[in-house]
Design a binder for this molecule. Structure first.
Ligand code: SF4
Ligand code: SF4
Length: 260
């Protein structure tokens, strides 16, 4: 008997759409991707989209409006497996950069004043697991092509995606780069998940943390190390909060008091 193809939906919430674009950019593999799976919904790629039951939903972007809360809950309800793809969906991305809610509200008012929003109500940006249970995460800003194809093939075969438990420093050393941190540059490699193969440092640019935090990342230690190297505490906190703010917000508030 012919096996049914895996039903997949690819969705975009708030973000730059870079992850959806990255999937479309798999030019050589695109026909195989669309032949191997039953892509039910992918707004950037096709117009005949169906909102039915799914085996796997891939969601990029963070939740920034009340309508998106309803959207993500609907996706969760229809899909057996939900995967957060890209940094906005996994940890909130740059628009989820940590700030206390009162500061966010003040910033919002300074831009929009009392303007009434008729389409939907904006809310402070959050990753999708703030509202639904997420089965797997594929971070990156955007996700990498090789990682996506590896992930896609594994998921079609019923296997969980690969994890990226090591920090960027591991690939960096493997590639025999000189350590920028020891040269006094601001590098977040020790805190960041290594899915990119240290691509920035390979080109002599420091890591800014776009793959998001590794499990067990020692933020306190890196914070004090950078301070000892002469970086301004507020600058360090802003940089730490840039890509991973929603996950480490509370830590940032207390990081000054904690000693490594
Ligand atoms: S340059 Fe950055 S990523 Fe490379 S070893 Fe140093 S701290 Fe780690
Ligand atoms: S080295 Fe850091 S900033 Fe550069 S792509 Fe990798 S995770 Fe992102």
């Amino acid at each position: 008997m012919k096996k049914d193809k895996v039903k997949i939906g690819i969705y975009e919430l708030t973000g730059c759409a870079g992850d959806a674009l990255l999937i479309l950019d798999c030019e050589k593999e695109l026909i195989d991707i669309f032949s191997a799976a039953d892509i039910q919904s992918f707004a950037m790629a096709k117009s005949d989209n169906i909102d039915g039951p799914l085996d796997i939903a891939l969601v990029e972007g963070s939740v920034t409006t009340e309508r998106e809360i309803e959207e993500i809950k609907d996706i969760r309800q229809r899909a057996k497996i939900v995967v957060a793809i890209g940094l906005c969906a996994t940890v909130g991305g740059i628009q989820g950069r940590y700030k206390p809610h009162s500061v966010w509200e003040a910033d919002y008012k300074s831009v929009y004043g009392e303007t009434e929003m008729t389409h939907t109500k904006p809310i402070q940006s959050q990753p999708i697991d703030a509202y639904i249970e997420v089965d797997y995460y594929l971070p990156g800003c955007p996700i990498g092509k090789d990682q996506f194809l590896n992930f896609f093939t594994r998921m079609l075969g019923g296997n969980p995606p690969e994890k990226y438990p090591q920090p960027v420093c591991v690939s960096c050393k493997h590639n025999e780069n000189d350590c920028l941190l020891t040269k006094g540059e601001f590098c977040l490699g020790p805190l960041t998940a290594d899915g990119c193969g240290a691509i920035c440092i390979n080109h002599n640019l420091p890591c800014v943390g776009c793959w998001g935090p590794i499990e067990g990342a020692n933020y306190t230690s890196e914070y004090h190390l950078l301070k000892e190297k002469g970086f301004d505490p507020e600058f360090i906190k802003k940089k730490l909060a840039n890509f991973s703010g929603t996950k480490i917000g509370k830590l940032i508030e207390s990081i000054e008091k904690e000693r490594p």
